[in-house]
Write a protein that binds this ligand. Sequence first.
Ligand SMILES: Nc1ncnc2c1ncn2[C@@H]1O[C@H](COP(=O)(O)OP(=O)(O)OP(=O)(O)O)[C@@H](O)[C@H]1O
Ligand SMILES: [Mg+2]
Length: 316
Amino acid sequence: MADEILKSENTNSGQAVSDNAEISCQDKDLPSSQQTLPGQDADAEGGVAKKEDAKKPKKTLRIKPVSLSSKAESMTSHEPVHGDAYLELKRVGKEYVSDAGGFWALKEVSFTLKNGEFVVILGPSGAGKTTLLNLLGGMDSVTTGEISLNGLIVSNLNKKQLTQYRRTEIGFVFQFYNLMPNLTALENIELATEICRDALPPAEILKSVGLEEKAKNFPAQLSGGEQQRVSIARAIAKNPKLLLCDEPTGALDYKTGKSILELLHSVSKEHNKLVIIVTHNSALKDMADKVIYIKNGEIGDIVENKNPKPISEIEW
Ligand SMILES: Nc1ncnc2c1ncn2[C@@H]1O[C@H](COP(=O)(O)OP(=O)(O)OP(=O)(O)O)[C@@H](O)[C@H]1O
Ligand SMILES: [Mg+2]
């Protein structure tokens, strides 16, 4: 599987494929504040963009060096990048407020992660893992503290800028898939990639997760594990800078789960992307460059793994 996705990119000159942008071509020379985006209100994975747009054939892959900072500048003010930090959290807190009162799901969370790292987040149910991913993915806003992605202060973005951020920087594999029920497997991927300038070919990515024969099936005609793989393919096909995966193998059998992890790992290593995986499977800590332990909304420990194991050597 991992080989197939890499092959699809290597046939296009062997360079890393740039992953920025879901801005429509006609708008690309405008400042981001004036850009209009197709599909009205599409979200991180395509949201509710127009279905007919998804039918347009993808053109060729565009290859160019990734430049995160130039995109970042167009969205908001910059701070200098500190060392080689790519993603930086400074004392991040999240409070959910309801009629029952306030609840701090995250408290004083600080860490930095680098481009190309494969990171595993572990913690018991209710620890705050999904909350953390939602903040990183621009799905929700911090209550306190600051999140920056290569100098772009995510926590300062307004609603419109956050939408842009989700579209252009983030691939998100949701814990409960979030596929569009009225679109086929392939259309779900096409929808998300349609507004990405440097997206990967949807059909090839669907093949890389082993689902080429299910391309025309609607989500209700797919098993849970197959839906999960469509959701993973959708996130990868956007060719994002930051790939956030919430329990990406939770519904997969052992063998398929390993293949998917290998694929996600190759995305991180071959293309220098930051991949963050939330899981309950503690065996996966051995394949990670870094393991972040969360408990009761706080970081328990961050362990750097000097010699991560290949997934083929990990059993559970
Ligand atoms: N919208 C919300 N309003 C109020 N409380 C919330 C909200 N979302 C999450 N919480 C609470 O925040 C805490 C963290 O939730 P979160 O979904 O981040 O946990 P998790 O670590 O992802 O758990 P799991 O492993 O079960 O998916 C939980 O106690 C949860 O009840
Ligand atoms: Mg969760």
